[in-house]
Design a binder for this molecule. Structure first.
Ligand SMILES: Nc1ncnc2c1ncn2[C@@H]1O[C@H](COP(=O)(O)OP(=O)(O)O)[C@@H](O)[C@H]1O
Ligand SMILES: [Mg+2]
Length: 273
């Protein structure tokens, strides 16, 4: 066992790169406006756009996550939830609308640049390198870092102990829930300032889903804002500070998780009564 992996018990601090902290901000001096002190930490505002030259999928869609909070996006299949996440991560050319991170307009910058600016994104599919080991996946996650990332890896292993056990195994051999842990862990390796998760519990059993939700809440409690798409609407609303119901690429309902859980229309349409 190497020393770098023995550093247990500090998961509550440095895995997050808290919004508004004094972390180095790789933005050239001059030219950029100062971050707005209020406002959401990450917002996609009035996003309109689609894929290539195709029809618009998003229609003035607004999604935001505040500092220290969990925001969730729910809605029917094909509603544009993944498209909204991709738009916020820069994988879609928006025809209208803006994406701002900590007050800065990042609408025009590439996904890679957004990672450097502090966005950690776990896509819905193909979110791990199946033929690489668990540890190599985590190392890949740290590709943007020039500093020593062993502490972060130890924290990921603290958060997901099974990954430490299986760190020499190809990630493709792990169970669905464990692969999702690898994907989340890989995103955490960049020490993001905000974490975007697209259906982190897809295809896992209810028990594993509860466990993953617990870990995600734990990560959020360290001060890392989390924006998450979830198909398990009820459970997602239970942990959401803020929730968005998307229908046909547009905002249908927005509110606290609790408010939407108790909204009769949301219950009837999306929660089975
Ligand atoms: N890569 C793509 N190219 C073209 N259309 C796409 C692509 N991905 C998704 N779509 C379309 O965008 C719409 C929204 O899909 P998506 O954002 O994946 O929905 P959700 O995540 O809510 O299930 C669907 O009509 C889907 O067919
Ligand atoms: Mg999706």
């Amino acid at each position: 066992m190497t020393g770098g992996y023995d550093d247990r018990g500090n998961r509550d601090v440095s895995i997050a790169n808290p919004a508004g902290g004094s972390a180095a901000h790789p933005v050239p001096a001059g030219g950029r406006a100062q971050p707005a002190p209020g406002g959401p930490f990450l917002i996609g505002e009035a996003m309109t756009g689609g894929y290539g030259r195709g029809a618009d999928i998003l229609h003035a869609c607004t999604i935001a996550v505040e500092r220290g909070e969990i925001a969730v996006i729910v809605g029917p299949n094909g509603a544009g939830k993944s498209t909204a996440m991709k738009a916020m991560f820069g994988m879609l050319d928006l025809r209208a609308g803006t994406v701002r991170l900590d007050g800065e307009d990042i609408t025009a910058i590439s996904p890679q640049a957004r990672v450097r600016e502090g966005m950690g994104f776990v896509p819905q599919t193909q979110n791990i390198f199946a033929s690489m080991t668990v540890e190599e996946n985590l190392e890949m996650g740290a590709f943007v870092r020039r500093d020593d990332f062993r502490d972060t890896m130890a924290q990921v292993y603290d958060l997901f102990p099974v990954l430490k056990e299986k760190r020499r195994q190809p990630a493709g051999e792990l169970s669905g829930g464990q692969r999702q842990q690898v994907a989340v862990g890989r995103a955490l390796m960049t020490r993001p300032k905000v974490l975007l998760l697209d259906e982190p519990t897809a295809g896992v059993s209810p028990i594993v889903m509860d466990e993953l939700f617990d870990r995600i809440v734990e990560v959020a409690r360290t001060g890392l804002p989390v924006l998450m798409v979830e198909q398990n609407a009820r459970q997602a609303l239970e942990i959401a500070d803020k929730a968005y119901v998307l229908v046909q690429g547009a905002n249908a309902h927005t509110g606290t998780g609790r408010a939407l859980l108790h909204d009769p229309q949301v219950r009837r349409s999306f929660l089975g009564g």
